[in-house]
Design a protein around this ligand. Sequence first.
Ligand code: SAH
Length: 358
Amino acid sequence: MPHPPEAPAEHIKAHIRAHGPLDVGAYMSLALSHPEYGYYMTRDPLGRGGDFTTAPEISQLFGEVLGAWVADIWIRMGRPERFTLLECGPGRGTLMEDMLRAVRGVEGFHRACAVHLLEISPALKSLQAEKLAPYKPEWHADLAQVPDDLPLIVIANEFLDALPLRQFCRAEAGWAERMVGLGAEGGLEFVLRPAADLLIPAAFKDAPDGTIFEISPAREGFVRGLSALLKRAGGAALLIDYGHAATAPGDTFQALRGHKFVPVLEAPGQADLTSHVDFEALARAAAGMDVFGPAPQGRFLHNIGIAHRARYLMQKAGADQAQEIENGLKRLTDSDQMGELFKIMGLSYGQTFALGGF
Ligand code: SAH
């Protein structure tokens, strides 16, 4: 029997009644990843019938040029006979499928490539299994399970934004943590809990009252784990997401439902909860790695030849299809679309070359 739609909210309220207010990260984890009610655990959130759409779902151009980027790295690594291609949070498997299809002409690449996927959602796993069956992927729930005995190339698109964040708020008496508690009527409401300001960078400690500052130990922990893995295995990673290049205050916690923004506490378990990624914090977490960018997505994709790929496909397409390809190109790269807000950061370890695109 499926749970009624209000089950996740009721579960979260019961949790707060029993244990007190939750920090934003704990709220987000329960809403997104609770094994029974969690948003990602129960559905395919992507595409027209879902709550949000992503670059690979908008246009095949995205996966095709990233496939060429991966093949370029593999060639410059000296074409290792076996390597691991890991995608984190592969959604419907579209990006991986487009990448692999685009480079099937690269001699030896498919034979060398072991496809690994990091995914928690059973619903999305089954879509990935269907789409990627010919490539015999292996799934992991945790970065710690990914093998480190082969060179590694990693792609993560809109993965980090889904990992939990915490929010601090400057109040009259000093900094406080923004928590999810219960209002007088029993509904979910933000409450403040006094907190040490140790996690607030010196430059923002004296910000005006009401200023929100976000941190994400989960994202930084992921990048530390990924860096450690890349140091053991050798290789490179691309982290792609919406966010800011420099650490800055601001409230970016957001909920999307049916392609519309809704209040973040309104429908836990039924809306996608994310926030903007702080790439400066990620770069700090990647200490000891070679870090590239972050570059705005538009510039990166143009640098790796997305316009050429679009022109090539448009020449072979009918008028309607050509228009669709051009629309996709614009959406992915124009600065008032995904071209500026989305950023791409590269990490590498033990390589003699600079990563392409930056
Ligand atoms: N990269 C895809 C999907 C982005 S949605 C695309 O661009 O279309 C976020 C993806 O991350 C989903 O596949 C979701 O199930 C997965 N995910 C979210 N939190 C995760 C976690 N903690 N561990 C592993 N996968 C996670």
